[in-house]
Design a protein around this ligand. Sequence first.
Ligand SMILES: Nc1ncnc2c1ncn2[C@@H]1O[C@H](COP(=O)(O)OP(=O)(O)O)[C@@H](O)[C@H]1O
Ligand SMILES: [Mg+2]
Length: 250
Amino acid sequence: MVEPLISVRGLKVALPDMTRKPMIGRAPLAEILKGLDFDLPKGSVTGIVGESGSGKSTLGRALVRLIEPSAGSIGFEGRDISRLSETELRPLRRDLQMIFQDPMSSLNPRHTIFNIIAAPLRQNGLGDRLKERVAEALQRVGLPQSFASRYRHELSGGQRQRVGIARALALSPKFVLADEIVSGLDVSTQAQILTLLEKRRPPREIRGRAGSNPSLFQGSCRVSQSSTISPRETASRNFSRRDKSSINAD
Ligand SMILES: Nc1ncnc2c1ncn2[C@@H]1O[C@H](COP(=O)(O)OP(=O)(O)O)[C@@H](O)[C@H]1O
Ligand SMILES: [Mg+2]
């Protein structure tokens, strides 16, 4: 059997619930993800479906290890990365990329577009041929080279989102999590951006079964505590392009 790129088992994520924080002491933890199991094969495109607040972004942040799971494991190319320290994660950062929903907050307002795209290249040992790499990245997302010297506020929403995509793809990552990256854009720009990302392989939908115990994630995402989201449960005809949240860039 071919090893999956990402393999998730019993994944739970709990975050401090600031709405219930006492005057003194720590906020109690609220469990956002209550036990997920699924595999993401290499070279596939997978959508995460669920309404607002169901835990899609939390799942995304856990998969690229911006947050640490409270239980369970995340396998990346066969290696459990769920408990790795920041230092241990550093060599993997290049391959685990996330494109954020809101480029206004994910792009540094004080840096030029060149520097925004160049910074992760430098950090990940790709600092040679920087000009060439940034030029390639801009070209790939259909932005003119002159944009390299611009700032975030000098771009339209769609152009900003293209910069976010360029920054992630410039690293040639093995896994890209695109977190509702077109939800803030007008329909024609959405179409352009999705076309940009589209691969020849059709997107698959992952969908779990509803369980008897409603939970935050389960209730709206139809994923229950004990359910398994597996490729066998695909229903691509129901797949909505707007919901495409995860792109495994191979
Ligand atoms: N940093 C955080 N601390 C505590 N709760 C959070 C945090 N981030 C998100 N949440 C809560 O977790 C739930 C899932 O959020 P999120 O993953 O952003 O959902 P989605 O992306 O599906 O809209 C929401 O109820 C949200 O309020
Ligand atoms: Mg979200």
